[in-house]
Design a protein around this ligand. Structure first.
Ligand SMILES: NC(=O)c1ccc[n+]([C@@H]2O[C@H](COP(=O)([O-])OP(=O)(O)OC[C@H]3O[C@@H](n4cnc5c(N)ncnc54)[C@H](OP(=O)(O)O)[C@@H]3O)[C@@H](O)[C@H]2O)c1
Length: 511
């Protein structure tokens, strides 16, 4: 028996969820997908090709077989109606997950205006069905056992992201009243692949894990405090749950719901019915990073008397409060299909996800853009401080460290030396100048050219250079010490590799 293929228009296919979703949709041999990719399309296609290859799919072959058609566009204002004409179903998974509005107008622009644009094209092209990927946290601060229902009244929303997702749901629901069938899927917090631990974005629970790693690193370099007795207040309740779900399971559920024929609009929670508690997550993280001592506390951030370890742990932001709450559970038809006794996330799968996260350097691979490539002919500190740092810092963990507001001086001693001063504001590197300049540093790091070369190549840990070696700190030494693990993270994320690699440089310059 033959049947006509189902033509699906997919947005967000290059995302953490989206490429798994595309894989699941294509698992149905009767499905053909048009995928929206941002310009330049060759670059986005290459990215999608790499993501799918990790899942065992060959994008080039899928295109040749007419199972996938890349379509260039950007939400909300750069999609052509001709690209949508003739599709049976739109699966709209593109989204911006920034919590607070920034100067670019996100997350409202992509989430609200982007959804509005997709819906108006759906209207013009008479598309009968619209599947929208929302979030379980569109409920805002509500607690209780939440039904799979659209919220006609605005819930008590906590941030711009939640507001944008609720506004988008409202647009989708209203569209359905006049024009078609809406299916709203609400996943909770996405975590790594259930089979491999693989993840392509480090958000949500990964931020807590990363903060724990930063703390563990600080303990590696600290012989005074027992790493199993760290005086850390964990702001949250031990019995609160953390509703994380494996990304592949979420994609499988959403694809199944999308491809099931529907006669009326509906809402689906794609959530974990047996989510781990804070206490469980804490014990798993402690075991993984070999640290302990944290105690749950009802206090709230900022702590008036935060100690050094708390400053470090919370340096990545308000990491525990928003989504790991007690008193919130979800009615979920797809969760009912999980066999009794089987947990979506347990200790073993959590550990596997941690291993992947660390092995992938928290999803960061050193980039080789022109600005990050070292100049040929030897490692040059001027290039490092004036070109490399301004390019790499905004892409790094440092940019997320809201507590980092400081003016820092780096002095490199030796034949190829110099001094530079950088001003950081809430994690952003605002300016860097060679000394003399008008900025007054709060503290200073001083190290030799040889140590710098080793440190930027990750051949010598920064901590080792400061605590056992030649490097020194001046000015507000306590603040300087606090920054060492953060700089250590940065060096790991963006090691200097390539042409002017330190080994060659050392031979060429120092000898
Ligand atoms: N991550 C979570 O824990 C989570 C939980 C619940 C719900 N969700 C929802 O699930 C969806 C996917 O999230 P995710 O974590 O997979 O996000 P993600 O990894 O950041 O991926 C976002 C996807 O949307 C595309 N996109 C973003 N802005 C766009 C624009 N203006 N025009 C066209 N495409 C655009 C991105 O394209 P580029 O690759 O070109 O940037 C990417 O393909 C979102 O709607 C999110 O709200 C996520």
């Amino acid at each position: 028996m033959t049947r006509d293929p189902t033509e699906v228009f997919v947005t967000g296919a290059t995302g953490f969820l989206g490429h798994y979703l595309l894989e699941e949709l294509l698992a149905n041999p009767f499905v053909r997908c048009r995928v929206l990719l941002r310009a330049p399309i060759f670059e986005s296609s290459a990215r999608l090709g790499e993501l799918l290859a990790d899942l065992g799919l060959d994008l080039t072959a899928l295109i040749a077989e007419d199972r996938v058609s890349p379509v260039e566009g950007r939400l909300p204002d750069n999609i052509s109606r001709a690209d949508i004409d003739g599709v049976d179903l739109i699966v709209h998974a593109a989204g911006n997950t920034t919590f607070r509005s920034n100067g670019s107008g996100e997350p409202l622009r992509t989430n609200v205006e982007g959804t509005r644009a997709m819906l108006s094209l759906a209207c013009l092209s008479n598309i009968p069905r619209f599947v929208y990927v929302s979030t379980a946290y569109v409920c805002g601060e509500r607690v209780g056992h939440l039904p799979e229902k659209f919220f006609h009244e605005s819930p008590p929303l906590r941030n711009d992201y939640e507001r944008s997702k609720w506004e988008a749901e409202t647009l989708v629901w209203n569209w359905a009243c006049d024009s078609g069938i809406a299916t709203i899927c609400r996943p909770s917090i996405l975590f790594g692949d259930s089979k491999t631990g693989r993840a392509t974005a480090m958000k949500g629970l990964y931020v807590v894990a990363k903060a724990t790693e930063i703390l563990a690193r600080a303990m590696d370099a600290n012989s005074e405090t027992n790493r199993h007795e760290i005086p850390l207040r964990i702001l949250g309740r031990s019995d609160a749950t953390c509703n994380v779900i494996p990304v592949d399971w979420a994609a499988q559920q959403i694809a199944e719901i999308a491809l099931e024929p529907a006669t009326e609009s509906s809402v689906h929670h794609v959530t974990n019915p047996d989510a781990p508690t804070h206490a469980e997550v804490k014990s798993w993280l402690e075991a993984y990073f070999d640290i302990a001592g944290g105690q749950f506390s009802d206090e709230t951030w900022p702590l008036a008397d935060a100690n050094h370890y708390e400053d470090l742990f919370y340096s990545l932001g308000n990491i525990c409060l928003d989504y790991f709450r007690n008193g919130l559970t979800f009615v979920s038809r797809c969760a009912e299909r999980i066999p009794p006794g089987q947990r979506l996330i347990d200790r073993a799968s959590f550990m596997q996800c941690m291993k992947f996260a660390q092995a992938s350097n928290w999803c960061r691979t050193p980039r080789a853009t022109n600005d990050l490539r070292p100049p040929s002919g030897g490692f040059d500190p001027t290039w490092y401080f004036e070109r490399f740092l301004p390019t790499a810092v905004p892409q790094s963990t440092v940019a997320k460290v809201e507590e980092l507001t400081a003016v820092v001086q780096y002095t490199i001693t030796g034949s190829i030396g110099g001094s530079w001063v950088s001003r950081f504001e809430r994690g952003r590197l605002k300016e860097t100048y060679a000394v003399p300049c008008a900025l007054t540093p709060e503290f200073e790091y001083r190290l030799s050219y040889e140590d710098l070369v080793d440190v930027v190549a990750c051949r010598k840990p920064l901590q080792e250079v400061f605590f056992h070696g030649s490097a020194e700190m001046f000015g507000n030494v306590e603040r300087a010490l606090q920054m060492v693990p953060i700089i250590g993270e940065f060096l790991k994320e963006f090691p200097v590799v390539g042409e002017g690699k330190p080994e060659a440089t050392r031979k060429g310059v120092a000898c």
